[in-house]
Design a protein around this ligand. Structure first.
Ligand code: SAH
Length: 348
């Protein structure tokens, strides 16, 4: 059985043609599920009864269900979703002044094994399917609709659990559905993919001709430090990663965001800031400084507010554009993988 929410529109068009249908059927079905929010085939009143039966035999409209929901005083919502095989994934809604951003997971668990991140602790169980990724957005859109304030998702960041480029094909179909005017109709410039840095996938992503954004989890300005924090750096050290990022910029014409987690006395010194400036000099990229969300799974500490501001000043004076990431949900388990890890450990 195929899930209709997993179908990218050109693939669905092909399937409809194979069924002996007119190509417009695909658009019609997209309109039903994304615009009119039909969740059963019987609601699709302008689809003949006979064809509805065909659809029911071949397709389902299953979505993840909410296992747990936490809401922060700042309005951030984190849901732990239950998938059809019982796996649990996290999705977060963040309310910015400019819109509603949803942080989407791309895998159940993660294999990248970054030493500071709770998502990787249990390893990767599997990739998420396209419908499981789309489902995260539909569940959040429903929550927004239930609030009755006419709000909807305006931004999507693939920055939840998992390495999106380790689930490349599904990620691309997901992006196409999110971006399609008959799908979730979210502009490409409002879609961001965050990666730990896989050069081949970065090059491939550059070739897609998308106007989406790319964020690189850099977190360290030299190999010695980055090896400590991110295992992937031993496979793709900075001298291999950075040329791919530069190529991406050249090909796509898009500015890259470098994410830089600030860990007290580890990567937050003036010298580190200077190394970072030297590393990204000549790229169009800008740095997003992330205050570390401490977890009890490792001993890293967040840099002090003062340190974070000094680091920012140093970068700015060195000619690098940088911002400090706004924090959300500090009174709930909003940090990466925290809620799932707690539930798996039976702490909730
Ligand atoms: N695998 C992808 C996307 C998932 S991680 C990637 O590496 O980019 C999303 C971001 O959250 C990454 O920048 C990651 O380094 C960061 N992150 C992980 N644990 C964190 C924590 N405890 N506090 C703050 N940021 C964290």
């Amino acid at each position: 059985m195929l899930n209709l929410f997993a179908q990218e529109i050109s693939k669905l068009t092909e399937q409809m043609v194979k069924e002996g249908q007119k190509p417009y059927r695909a658009t019609q079905l997209f309109t039903w599920i994304y615009e009119k929010k039909a969740r059963t085939f019987d609601e699709m009143s302008d689809v003949s009864l006979k064809f509805r039966e065909v659809l029911k035999e071949k397709y389902c409209l299953d979505l993840p269900s909410i296992h747990l929901k936490q809401e922060s005083s700042d309005g951030t919502i984190k849901v732990l979703l239950s998938l059809s095989d019982g796996a649990k994934i996290e999705t977060v809604l963040m309310r910015y002044s400019y819109g509603n951003a949803v942080c989407v997971s791309s895998q159940v668990g993660c294999n990248m094994g970054c030493s500071f991140c709770s998502s990787g602790r249990l390893g990767k169980q599997r990739n998420l399917t396209v419908d499981e990724m789309i489902g995260q957005l539909l569940v959040i859109n429903q929550l927004l609709e239930d609030e009755g304030k006419g709000q909807r998702i305006t931004h999507v960041v693939v920055m939840g659990t998992g390495e999106p480029f380790d689930n490349y094909e599904n990620l691309m179909d997901f992006i196409r559905i999110v971006n399609h005017p008959k799908g979730l109709a979210i502009g490409a410039r409002h879609i961001t993919v965050s990666t730990c840095g896989i050069p081949d996938a970065i090059r491939r992503y550059a070739q897609e001709g998308l106007q989406t954004n790319l964020a690189i989890s850099l977190h360290a300005p030299n190999n010695e430090l980055r090896n400590q924090l991110m295992k992937i750096n031993k496979v793709y050290p900075l001298e291999v990663l950075m040329p791919a990022v530069r190529e991406y910029e050249k090909l796509s014409g898009r500015r890259v965001t470098y994410e830089y987690l600030l860990l007290a006395d580890l990567n937050d010194t003036k010298e580190n800031a200077q190394e970072l400036i030297d590393l990204i000099k000549g790229t169009m990229g800008y740095v997003n400084l992330i205050p570390y969300n401490e977890t009890n799974l490792c001993s890293y500490k967040r840099s002090s507010g003062n340190r974070i501001h000094l680091f920012l000043d140093y970068l700015t004076k060195g000619g690098v554009t940088a911002t400090i990431r706004k924090e959300f949900g500090s009174d709930i388990d909003a940090a990466c993988g925290q809620l799932r890890a707690k539930v798996e450990d039976n702490l909730l």
